[in-house]
Design a protein around this ligand. Structure first.
Ligand SMILES: *[C@@H]1O[C@H](CO)[C@@H](O)[C@H](O)[C@H]1NC(C)=O
Ligand SMILES: *[C@@H]1O[C@H](CO)[C@@H](O)[C@H](O)[C@H]1NC(C)=O
Ligand SMILES: *[C@@H]1O[C@H](CO)[C@@H](O)[C@H](O)[C@H]1NC(C)=O
Ligand SMILES: *[C@@H]1O[C@H](CO)[C@@H](O)[C@H](O)[C@H]1NC(C)=O
Ligand SMILES: *[C@@H]1O[C@H](CO)[C@@H](O)[C@H](O)[C@H]1NC(C)=O
Ligand SMILES: *[C@@H]1O[C@H](CO)[C@@H](O)[C@H](O)[C@H]1NC(C)=O
Ligand SMILES: *[C@@H]1O[C@H](CO)[C@@H](O)[C@H](O)[C@H]1NC(C)=O
Ligand SMILES: *[C@@H]1O[C@H](CO)[C@@H](O)[C@H](O)[C@H]1NC(C)=O
Ligand SMILES: *[C@@H]1O[C@H](CO)[C@@H](O)[C@H](O)[C@H]1NC(C)=O
Ligand SMILES: *[C@@H]1O[C@H](CO)[C@@H](O)[C@H](O)[C@H]1NC(C)=O
Length: 588
């Protein structure tokens, strides 16, 4: 985001003084004096095959494994290889023609091997997702270099398929590594020990916390982290802070990060502005990797917007990884690497190659999506900048973006390696965005992100002047973490998502839609709902597929939604959201 603002300021200056040269955003010209040029960089549209195709994808359930994971635990699928066997007509990466067996219960016999030796094996259904094949870590030696795993699959009639990936089993961290963050690819969630540096066990972490301005805010008051965490009470407002550079004075930076550690807050460490400078990245990584509360790295901020070199993000990821215990060649290090993409469809594969965790920032509040208030031009798919690339719908553009990113990750065969997080808009009254969102609007964006697979929510941005309404509403979401993590980050929980129309009281028909995410764990189901429209209304439990006789056990998140007086519906304010745990029968 800051680059966008800087770009606007710089370009305004250019407009009055100097001849503008090739100013683009997402590859598009946006100044009225510049011609329309096709930006290029579109993600390929998959060719389709008239007959079915099968792709075999496999990957480690957890990245990285450590010697501490050799001990057997209660968690039977923790040390396992996940296998995906999509059957599709789209020619996705690795797909090959398959003659489907006539028997509906035919399965693939899968063998996972390393250097020709079998690591795991078992039967995997066709069209399975994240099917787990447990293995014994003690058959491998810990080492920096990732192992190449090969997955060979055979159908009863002898048809053969294969896939390959990397598995990382790192040594116990050396003294200069202060923490470890594992990605649990069964859920996409993170696993980390307590941020305060105590010797506690790994916990499931779903990062919820703002990008936070540093120079005129965080660095000015060392009590801010404690306030954000409110340690000592049950209040849990956010679990991580993402400070926004530059961090000019190392002494002060260390004081701020210490204060975060004391408050039990994780760091999402941002190297925007320096991520293409190897010298700078090296010294920053070497300083930060010693911290017990380092959760993850963040390199590029909207590299697609500014058309950074296409090799820049993978280069930075490999460099960071090699300094952080990894092999610098695609294996995992002690912490994952993240970045945010701003464009809807501009060199997606190239830029996201550089991330384990990919964020999207689709900002639609207070900006005109079709006419640029800043540049006085229309915005189309090959021209203009309206502050939201290729956006046409408002909040529903976030749905499109989350789903597209997930689908492209799947297309590329990366679904066992990468996850997507959401960046809600929590700023305004600047450039394209004429106003701040309300707190409830920030929560709409957050819930959409989570419902569509987002396992982290990092709004832009917390500042000295952010409206307290936004902070309070977002805290309501963060406070629900202890109630929602046991569903969203629980391996094996069934996640589904759908949208339905809001029922309104007035005679005029409703245009509002409600986005719904459900996570079913045994007899309990977590449901997150958000009314994306500016009308009040309701949806019945029946419309949620929860039947009539079932009951809400508990409301775990409240932002303008509650159980109706009839006890059989959820009633929404405009842009209201809520989270509820239902008891469900096994037949649902
Ligand atoms: C799928 O795409 C690959 C690579 O572009 C191509 O080699 C292959 O023939 C395609 N397969 C089918 C079934 O279309
Ligand atoms: C495979 O699974 C996907 C996703 O669950 C589903 O949409 C699709 O219909 C299934 N295809 C077949 C051939 O069963
Ligand atoms: C893994 O293998 C080791 C050595 O062969 C053995 O001692 C251990 O019991 C095995 N663990 C499991 C969970 O099978
Ligand atoms: C994987 O399958 C392809 C054809 O689909 C084949 O050419 C290749 O040899 C196989 N690789 C291994 C290691 O079996
Ligand atoms: C550190 O954090 C853990 C997990 O949140 C907590 O159980 C523990 O009490 C904290 N320790 C201190 C010293 O605050
Ligand atoms: C960094 O900040 C510390 C503490 O405020 C101060 O003593 C020191 O002079 C500053 N260093 C630089 C290079 O400005
Ligand atoms: C790269 O970073 C180093 C260390 O911070 C700095 O000295 C150098 O000037 C930077 N190089 C460029 C080209 O900005
Ligand atoms: C966007 O701007 C155009 C041109 O000024 C205007 O016609 C349109 O009504 C605006 N749309 C919204 C939603 O404000
Ligand atoms: C909006 O921005 C203007 C100019 O920066 C500032 O003067 C004003 O106080 C801001 N209003 C709000 C509500 O933040
Ligand atoms: C709709 O009308 C009913 C009956 O008048 C009322 O109880 C309910 O609160 C209203 N719902 C909304 C969302 O306004």
């Amino acid at each position: 985001m800051t680059k966008l603002t800087g770009c606007v300021v710089g370009a305004v200056f250019l407009a009055v003084g100097v001849v503008a040269q090739d100013n683009t955003w997402c590859g598009k010209h946006y100044m009225s004096t510049d011609p329309v040029v096709s930006p290029g960089g579109n993600f390929p549209i998959a060719s389709t095959s008239p007959s079915p195709l099968l792709a075999i994808r496999c990957g480690a359930a957890v990245k990285p494994y450590l010697p501490e994971d050799v001990e057997s635990s209660d968690d039977a699928t923790f040390v396992s290889i996940l296998v995906d066997t999509p059957i599709t007509n789209r020619n996705i990466t690795g797909a090959t023609p398959v003659t489907l067996p006539s028997s509906s219960d035919a399965v693939l016999s899968v063998t996972v091997s390393v250097d020709g030796k079998t690591l795991a094996s078992g039967d995997v259904p066709l069209n399975a997702s994240k099917h787990s094949l447990p293995f014994n870590l003690s058959s491998l030696e810990p080492r920096v270099e990732a192992y190449t795993i090969t997955c060979d699959a055979t159908l009863p009639d002898g048809q053969k398929f294969n896939g390959t990936n990397l598995l990382t089993f790192l040594p116990t961290p050396p003294a200069d590594i202060g923490s470890v963050t594992k990605m649990d690819m069964r859920t996409g969630g993170l696993l980390a020990r307590p941020a305060n540096g105590s010797e506690g066990p790994y916990e499931r972490v779903m990062p919820i916390g703002f990008y936070t301005q540093y120079g005129d805010y965080l660095s000015q008051d060392l009590s801010i982290p404690a306030t954000l965490k409110e340690q000592g009470s049950r209040t849990h407002r956010q679990d991580q802070i993402h400070p926004v550079p530059p961090f000019d004075n190392e002494t002060v930076l260390n004081q701020v990060l210490d204060a975060m550690q004391e408050a039990g807050l994780y760091i999402m460490y941002d190297m925007r502005g320096t991520y293409m400078n190897d010298t700078s990245v090296t010294s920053q990584v070497n300083l930060l990797k010693q911290r017990p509360n380092l959760l993850l790295w963040y390199t590029a901020d909207e590299p697609d917007g500014t058309s950074d070199a296409l090799t820049a993000t993978p280069h930075a990821k490999n460099l960071i990884n090699s300094l952080d215990g990894g092999d610098g060649k695609g294996g995992a290090g002690y912490h994952p690497v993240s970045l945010v993409l701003n464009c809807e469809n501009y060199f997606f594969t190239e830029y996201s190659e550089g991330a384990d965790i990919l964020l999207q920032d689709t900002y639609t509040v207070g900006n005109n999506l079709s006419f640029s208030s800043v540049w006085g031009t229309v915005c189309t798919d090959d021209y203009g900048d309206c502050g939201c690339d290729n956006c046409h719908l408002g909040f529903e553009d976030i749905i499109v973006r989350m789903d597209e990113f997930a689908d492209r990750i799947f297309f590329n065969g990366w679904e066992l390696d990468k996850v997507v997080w959401a960046v809600p808009q929590a700023f305004g009254n600047e450039s394209y965005w004429t106003r701040y969102p309300t707190g409830k609007e920030v929560n709409v964006q957050s819930v959409i992100g989570i419902n569509h697979g987002g396992v982290g929510v990092v709004p832009w941005d917390d500042t000295k002047v952010i409206p307290s309404d936004i902070k309070n509403s977002f805290s309501d979401l963060a406070l629900s973490l202890p109630s929602i993590i046991p569903f969203i980050l629980e391996p094996g929980v069934e996640h589904s998502q759908f949208t339905t129309a809001l029922t309104v009281n007035s005679s005029s028909s409703s245009t509002s839609k409600v986005d719904i995410g459900a996570w079913k764990a045994g007899s309990k189901t977590l449901v997150l709902l958000t009314n994306m429209g500016y009308e009040s209304g309701s949806v019945t439990f029946d419309e949620l597929g929860l039947g009539d006789g079932e009951g809400v056990m508990e409301q775990v998140f409240k932002s303008g939604a509650s159980v109706g007086e009839d006890g059989k519906s959820i009633v929404f304010e405009e842009v209201g959201s809520g989270g509820f745990v239902f008891t469900t029968s096994d037949t649902v």
